[in-house]
Design a binder for this molecule. Sequence first.
Ligand SMILES: *Cc1c(COP(=O)(O)O)cnc(C)c1O
Length: 383
Amino acid sequence: MPLTPFPEPIFITRPILPPVSLMTDKIEQIWGSKKLTNRGEQHKQLQKRLEQYLQVPALALFNNGTIALMVGCHSLRLSGEVITTPFTFPATPHVLAWNNIKPIFCDIHPSTLCLDANHVESLITPGTTAILGVHVFGIPCQVQAIQEIADRYGLKVIYDAAHAFGTEIDGRGIGNFGDLSMFSFHATKLFHTAEGGALTFRDPNLRDRIEFLKNFGIKNEDEVVLTGINGKMNEIQAALGSLVLDVLEEERRKRRRLLGIYKERLGSIPGVTLLEPPPSVRPSYEYCVIRIDAELFGRTRDSVYDSFKGFNVFARKYFYPLCSEYPCYKHLPSAAPSRLPVAHRAVQEVLTLPFYGDLPEADVEKICTILLSFHKRNPPASG
Ligand SMILES: *Cc1c(COP(=O)(O)O)cnc(C)c1O
């Protein structure tokens, strides 16, 4: 049977959309309350539910993940240099730059693709104040090793957990590691509020500082105590979040089944590796990510990415390019490609495939068949 393109474009994700009638009910409640933002009832409920779901002692809601991370860095009074990864979304190093902090790029671990704890120590200088790790694709950083280094040098530890909603290590919520973690609730993430985000933190004494900082530094009617910003989540975002949370476990179950099909089908293609967390980790199911070894597979990732388009499959080179290659960071000594060999290889090999609960199983099968048809052993595919 000839392989034909999908009739409609298939993208890597699709937001969870609860029935619109449920959202209308929520909107009516909000209208009735006459309170659209500034910690209303919806905000209170979502905050409490997320603290439970993520198993964290404290959580603050934000209008997006980037502002949450900016406030997080500010709340810990970070300055000078912060060690981070080049293999991430632009928001991670930009947040440091907006806090007047110099990002120091550290090479990544070959299997987790997160900042490699083995290289952190050599990058520490008297100016270093923190380590900012990213749990890339929901696969955790080496949290224990990172904490040990931080403790030895008196550094703070922050995590960009934008991809790790619901990830657990040995049954512990990922937000419990480090001093604080940021979650993104952007529509492309697993759990979302259209736009939104949160900080989770260990020290409940940080609560007031973070709440003041996300509201212009206002403490009360008479006092503005900090250089705050506007990071507040509004009631409509929070209401949507509650509805998305109601169906999240169902979405995760569907995604687990699809990932099983991907795993089975891709396991037999030489040169293709599915990225998976270790057995001690409960995955987030945010992304389905493969690495393509150009030599073994016979085609480069870029060529696979382009050929997929001919079949109406829009995979993503996620993350590409490396942050250390942006014009604003390229000049930094730590951005030199010779110091980041593992990251430079990964950024050429990683490809994110379509992955969302409503993606039909037959479509996953077909995406795998299309990928197999690109392999060097097979004659050129049509499409
Ligand atoms: C999505 C994302 C962000 C940004 O989150 P927003 O909520 O869109 O501001 C930051 N870091 C990573 C790794 C992300 O994937």
